[in-house]
Design a protein around this ligand. Structure first.
Ligand code: KG4
Ligand code: ZN
Length: 337
């Protein structure tokens, strides 16, 4: 079954065709990063307008590579969560296409899509497993008991991991988006130079908090600047990265052990971080867990992951009608459409 996936939840417009949830036939992603970088972050209205301009041509290319609309069996679209104006572009486009071409319309939760990026990279991977999801807007540890059965084990109580990277990048003068830039800077620093806080909660050991580490970085830099003392930005980047990655990796590995599975699956933009990938490998090896990481090109937003999850949603009967709406927020456990 060939599914066309459409993604427009934030600042990447994407279209892809994926066969049976596993095999990518085509995948196109158009990033708006250069435009938003001028403003230091994503400007929602500019994002929506840019999706409007790009979505038709990207879809035409993705469908063309698959041999035309006759070879497409269904249309899957990200309908939540995300920037509402941006989501509406993709949802309305997908609805019109599904109606005109008489194909089923499959609503896909964006974060479930991130997890499904792993079904493309690891073609034998099947639930159950525990997943660490680390993106710009979300940090979750979830138990995935089946393709469409999610239970949250832990979540961030303030900033998401990617958000913490982006804010730290701004403090370090690296611009937006900052995750990859902080990583590059961290490679030249000493991760043990500074000790930034690691937060644990008594009522849930798998919840996160990243606003404290971000505030510590701000306080450290302000104090150095006020005293006109020299400091190493590289050491700050490396020590910040170490603090965040240690917490993410340890909690994810422990959550996997405590939830009767030996498989940990990682997803989202921050999964591209090499320090996090290395730390996870070590923590999983120590605990004899199998670790699955998405290919770098499927860590960030793309439509192949939406088409992949779309296949499994379709098999469960999750098909939308033409009144499908978009939602800025939506539970990953019980998504409604
Ligand atoms: O999953 P994603 O592409 O979009 C959302 O759904 O949010 O994640 C984007 C986030 C941004 O915060 C970005 O800075 C972060 O992922 N990111 C990274 C790296 N590459 C992207 N964070 C740390 N290290 C990286 N190499
Ligand atoms: Zn995303």
């Amino acid at each position: 079954m060939n599914i066309l996936g459409i993604e427009s939840s934030c600042d990447e417009t994407a279209a892809a065709v994926v066969k049976d949830g596993r095999e990518v036939i085509s995948s196109y992603v158009l990033s708006q990063i250069d435009t938003h970088a001028l403003y230091g972050g994503v400007v929602p209205e500019i994002a929506a307008r840019a999706h409007c301009e790009a979505i038709f041509q990207l879809t035409q290319k993705a469908v063309g590579d698959a041999g035309g609309l006759d070879n497409i069996d269904a249309v899957a679209v990200t309908y939540a969560p995300g920037l509402i104006g941006a989501l509406l572009v993709g949802v309305n486009f997908a609805k019109s296409l599904a109606l005109a071409a008489d194909k089923p319309l499959i609503p896909v939760h964006h974060i479930r899509g991130h997890v499904a990026a792993n079904y493309i990279t690891h073609i034998k991977l099947t639930p159950p497993f525990v997943s660490l999801i680390v993106s710009g807007g979300h940090s979750h540890i979830v138990k995935v008991s089946d393709w469409c059965e999610y239970k949250i084990l832990g979540r961030t109580r303030d900033d998401a991991a990617g958000e913490a990277f982006d804010k730290t990048a701004r403090i370090l003068g690296l611009g937006y988006p900052g995750g990859a830039k902080v990583e590059a800077m961290a490679k030249n620093g000493n991760k043990e130079a500074l000790r930034f806080p690691r937060v644990n909660f008594e009522d849930n050991p798998f919840d996160f908090s990243f606003s404290g580490v971000k505030t510590s970085v701000i306080n450290y830099i302000h104090s150095k600047e006020q005293k006109q003392e020299k400091y190493s930005k590289e050491d700050v980047a490396a020590s910040f990265t170490e603090a965040v990655c240690e917490v993410l990796s340890t909690k994810a590995a422990e959550a996997t052990l405590k939830n009767n599975t030996d498989t940990l699956v990682v997803a989202g933009g921050v999964a591209a971080n090499s320090f996090l990938r290395d730390k996870l490998k070590k923590d999983c090896e120590k605990r004899k867990l199998s670790l699955f990481l998405p290919e770098l090109k499927y860590c960030g937003d793309n439509a192949a992951m939406i088409a992949a999850q779309g296949f499994f949603e379709y098999k469960k009967g999750n098909v939308a009608k033409t009144d499908l709406n978009a939602y800025a927020n939506m539970s990953i456990e019980n998504p409604m459409f």
